[in-house]
Design a binder for this molecule. Structure first.
Ligand SMILES: [Zn+2]
Length: 312
């Protein structure tokens, strides 16, 4: 694939207020009206922030006249999210970008669409959200991306450049990876990238094969970004702490090691693959019994099953 050189070179649990003996009904009401204090803001670069809460990491870009959000976690957390944004800037949020369609990244869309000019995402994000929303009663639907880049063929690469008040932001879809609608968001002037769930740090990566994700695609995307990312770049992963090129190179090596291990042992079942893999060599990526385990990672890597633990 062609390296995106321009980009490269420039580049709650609703803390259930246990203090008060509220009944279940009252607690429900409180949860619906009080902003949840779960967010933490970290400055990543000049005018760029990462907001941690529950679910995927949120990016916040501030220009001379506007703000831009990358992902928005859950609907119920939007009041707290907006409070976190306001702790940094009082400028209006013009664009909301979704890195992919998972609910912990797009859940706030339904509320935020009322105040942003546009929600922007890959075509397959809009498609998947529309399919999910068709199951809901009409009053609960909303927040679909209005501007969609790329085609339904996830293998087709796509790019969109946003120019907002002199700040350039690049959206890049490189193919199937975590899902079939991932975009990497790059801010060349600040050397910052939000990689969405193409990058997990601290826990084993989830590849949503049921939503068009591809382990080999993920490895190739991460390898490609690792090859052109500038040395001083800062990276916001979908999950985990803000990091840099060093961690991304480690992540690439880790994914390539998993891939090589699986490919060298064709026909071996995922339990055997997981047991024979040198897990201790990669302490940055820990299994979570209720989410992604070594077995489910190898099931995604071998194309044998979903990349996460599923409940019957
Ligand atoms: Zn995700």
């Amino acid at each position: 694939m062609r390296a995106p050189t321009a980009f490269a070179s420039a580049l709650i649990a609703l803390a259930a207020s246990a203090a008060q003996p509220l009944g279940a009904h009252a607690r429900h009401q409180a949860a619906a009206t009080e902003p949840a204090k779960v967010h933490k803001v970290e400055k990543v670069a000049e005018n760029v922030y990462c907001i941690f809460g529950q679910g995927g990491n949120i990016g916040l870009i501030v220009t001379s006249r506007h703000a831009m959000l990358i992902d928005d976690q859950f609907e119920r957390l939007v009041p707290g999210l907006l409070e976190a944004v306001r702790s940094v800037t009082d400028k209006p949020i013009k664009y909301l970008i979704n890195t992919h369609a998972h609910p912990d990244h797009v859940g706030g869309n339904v509320v935020l669409e009322k105040q942003v000019s546009a929600i922007i995402a890959h075509t397959n994000v809009r498609q998947r959200m529309a399919t999910e929303q068709a199951k809901l009663e009409p009053a609960k639907r909303g927040g679909l991306p209005e501007l969609a880049l790329g085609s339904e063929d996830a293998k087709e690469q796509a790019r969109l450049n946003i120019h907002l008040d002199g700040t350039e932001v690049h959206l890049l879809h490189m193919g199937p990876g975590h899902t079939d609608g991932d975009v990497i968001v790059g801010l060349p002037s600040a050397l910052v990238m939000h990689m969405g769930d193409l990058f997990f740090l601290g826990m084993l990566p989830y590849i949503d094969t049921g939503s068009g994700g591809s382990f080999d695609g993920l490895v190739s995307q991460v390898s490609s970004v690792a090859a052109w990312i500038p040395d001083g770049a800062r990276i916001i992963p979908g999950h985990g702490p803000v990091c840099g090129k060093k961690e991304l190179l480690r992540y690439r090596d880790f994914l390539q090691a998993v891939q090589a291990h699986a490919k060298a042992r064709p026909g071996r079942n995922v339990a055997a693959l997981a047991a024979s893999f040198d897990q201790a060599a990669w302490p940055e990526w820990k299994p979570r019994t209720e989410f992604v385990t070594w077995e489910t990672l190898f099931s995604a890597a071998t194309g044998k099953g979903p990349g996460r633990v599923t409940r019957p």
